[in-house]
Ligand binder design. Sequence first.
Ligand SMILES: Cc1cc2nc3c(=O)[nH]c(=O)nc-3n(C[C@H](O)[C@H](O)[C@H](O)COP(=O)(O)OP(=O)(O)OC[C@H]3O[C@@H](n4cnc5c(N)ncnc54)[C@H](O)[C@@H]3O)c2cc1C
Length: 468
Amino acid sequence: MTHGERVADVSTPEHRTIIVVGGGPAGLAFAPVLGGWHPFFHASNVLQARYPQVADMFRQHSETLLTLDMESMLFRGIPPVDLFRVLHHPRQLYAGGDQIALEFRQQDPIDFLLLTQEPVGGLWNSVPENLLTLSPGQWMEFAFHSLAQHVEETGQSYDVNDLIIKQRLLDYYHRIPERFGVADRVREWTRVTKIEPHEAGFLVSAVDVSDWREKDPVTLRRPAFPQSEDELAGEVRQYTCKYLVYAVGQRCELRNLDVLGEDLPFVTQYYEKPVDFPGERIVVVGGGRSADWAATELHDAGRHVTYVMRQSQANHWGLINQSRGGLPYYARIAEILEGGSERLEAVYDTSIRQIAAVDGEARGVVTLSSGDTTRQIEVDHVLKEIGGSADYSLLQGFEQPLQLVEKHDNYRFQVHQARVHPHSYESIDIPNLYPGGYLAEGLGLVVIAMHGTTYAIAADILKKEGML
Ligand SMILES: Cc1cc2nc3c(=O)[nH]c(=O)nc-3n(C[C@H](O)[C@H](O)[C@H](O)COP(=O)(O)OP(=O)(O)OC[C@H]3O[C@@H](n4cnc5c(N)ncnc54)[C@H](O)[C@@H]3O)c2cc1C
């Protein structure tokens, strides 16, 4: 909490049984389920054909699947995230709603609140305008609402097995709270600043950041949500809760290059579309999928791009070759680089040493360094696509600090995950705290799993509350 915030009536915090922090795909999934939409087994021919043991196991199970003994399932070699993934996606392509071996029925809701500092949908609010997913659109859906159903209900028509473009995915996520009658449980533009121990469980301090709604990320030069160093002027509210789901995602704190000149006005951390980059010459710094996307799109919009990566050429081409078969934008970057375009220079094993201004601060000179050699290039813009990290610093004053383990995958996601009990995803260090989505230890960073922790967490809490 920084100086300047106005404190509301903090003597009587608002109490809720559960608070979910973060409204991205991981946190948003909780809203309908805690709102009472519980999963039941639905006989699916596809599941029966592909996973007969799983289908046989549940055929007689007439209660909600939240009543399952997740610990003994785990003991039998089926972690909850895998179980619900198989029930939801018994095959990778979607051929019809009947293949999903889950159906959702409205049961009693539990008291909860979801606090998030931007619109629901998480980081998808700030990705490039034309960004496509890495996977079929329906891999991004929640089991309780298929993308096909959403397409039908909203009178649209597109193939849910195609890669899905940002706005379509966001429309789907944005509609979830209303569609499932839980909009009054979701508070957007609310930034949680501190989570402390309290006799009720947790004391959560949060600031109204609705003034950030008006901020333009292009002029701000980063996504329009606050960072820890920002001074926040909004009203402070406090909440207590018995259980806390921590689903803040792996991009809360944007990374810095930590070089001189990084704050100059032609250096940005926000890429939405080429038109925001007038001028000719752009340095893109990064090497992950976001940087690949921006470098390709800027090149195709006629810019001259110097693409600076710390990684080796072999590493970069490993990902390109792995992805070019299935992802058209990887086929495109491969084509550009193999075709030797003069407007896309990929520079490997190189880092930015310094950024300096010329012509006032309208343009600049970037110093690149590779081994013993340095080189200077003139630029109109520098685009940093160097990712971010999960922020666990909100958790303060707990007897036992969270133990974190580092996790990465071939797709270059990298995140520190919190140690959890593998059947419930409850923190092993802080009882009743549940890291959501990829923040839970052991969650493979595969595109189909980011909300797979929902059911085991909801089940654990509802059991503790005697509601199952
Ligand atoms: C460019 C890019 C492309 C990707 N493409 C894919 C893909 O194609 N397929 C796929 O499955 N995955 C993809 N991913 C992985 C991505 O992480 C997931 O799609 C998903 O967004 C993760 O969901 P999440 O809810 O864990 O985190 P997020 O989406 O990051 O959501 C977390 C939310 O919590 C909010 N928050 C953080 N701190 C606070 C706080 N203190 N107070 C209140 N709110 C807070 C954040 O602002 C955010 O809205 C991609 C990631 C990136 C960066």
